[in-house]
Design a binder for this molecule. Structure first.
Ligand code: SF4
Length: 227
C-alpha cells in the first residue's frame, strides 16, 4: 500500500464517495478517473462530480465507438458538470501502419485493444498516481474477486463501486435521476466498441455481449500489468 495512504485511513474499508474523497485528499492533483461512458458509467461519474467535478476524467475514443456513446458522453458531461474530461485517441500514424484496413478487431482483437485503448491510456496516466474506475465484482470473470484498491506498478487502481450489486446500481440511477445510455433500452448492458459489443438476453451475464463468441473477456485496461 502507498505510504501516502498508510498515514491516513484504512482505505481498503472505504467505498463509493468516501473512497474517492480519501484518495483525493491523500494524492492531491494526482487522481484521475477512467470511464468508457458506457451503460453504468453515470453512477461512478455522479459520485466523482459530487466530490470534485474538476477531477480529470480520461476516456478513450478508439474510433470504433457507437455514435450513441459519443452523444451520451456529451450529455453526461453537461448533466454532471464535469469540467475536465480528456478524450484520448490512438496515434493516427500507428493506426495507418498497424490497422490500415480497420479489421484488426476481427483478426487480432488483443492487438487492436492494445493499439486503440491501452497505448493512449498508458500515455495519459503517466501524469497520475491514482486511477479510479467503475469495475464491479458482480460483472464476474476476473472482476469477481478483485480488491477495491490495488497497486499496479506505479499506479494505484481504485474501484469505488467494486462491492455494488446490480440492484444498488439501478437504485443509484433512480435516486440520482441519472440519464441512461441510449443503447441500454435496446439490451446493451456493457458497452464498448461497436464491432465488439452486442445486446444480451434476459438473465445473461452483464458482460456476455463483449467480444461475444471469442475467448476474450477484457480489453486489457483492467488487467495488470498493462505493459
Ligand atoms: S473493443 Fe474491439 S474495436 Fe475496440 S479496441 Fe478492442 S478489439 Fe478494437
Amino acid at each position: 500500500m502507498s505510504p501516502a495512504l498508510d498515514k491516513t485511513v484504512n482505505i481498503e474499508a472505504l467505498h463509493g464517495k468516501e473512497l474517492i474523497a480519501a484518495l483525493l485528499e491523500a494524492y492531491p492533483k494526482q487522481v484521475a478517473v477512467s470511464s468508457s461512458f458506457g451503460a453504468e458509467a453515470a453512477v461512478l461519474l455522479s459520485l466523482v462530480a459530487e466530490v470534485d467535478p474538476r477531477i480529470p476524467v480520461l476516456t478513450v475514443d478508439t474510433g470504433c465507438l457507437f455514435e450513441e456513446t459519443r452523444a451520451y458522453r456529451e450529455l453526461l458531461i453537461r448533466h454532471l458538470g464535469l469540467t475536465d474530461v480528456r478524450i484520448l485517441t490512438p496515434d493516427a500514424s500507428q493506426i495507418a501502419f498497424r490497422d490500415p484496413g480497420n479489421e484488426l478487431w476481427e483478426s487480432d482483437p488483443d492487438a487492436c485493444c492494445h493499439l486503440r485503448k491501452l497505448e493512449p491510456m498508458n500515455w495519459a496516466t503517466k501524469a497520475f498516481k491514482v486511477l479510479i474506475d467503475g469495475r464491479k465484482r458482480f460483472h464476474g470473470d476476473s472482476r469477481a474477486k478483485m480488491k477495491t484498491v490495488e497497486q499496479w506498478g506505479s499506479i494505484l487502481k481504485a474501484a469505488p463501486l467494486a462491492g455494488f450489486d446490480e440492484a444498488e446500481i439501478e437504485r443509484a440511477f433512480i435516486q440520482r435521476n441519472l440519464p441512461r445510455h441510449p443503447l441500454s433500452a435496446r439490451g446493451y448492458r456493457s458497452i464498448g466498441c461497436e464491432p465488439c459489443t452486442s445486446p444480451v438476453g434476459l438473465g445473461e451475464p452483464v458482460r456476455s455481449g463483449r467480444w461475444a463468441g471469442k475467448a476474450k473477456t477484457e480489453c486489457g485496461l483492467h488487467k495488470s500489468p498493462w505493459f
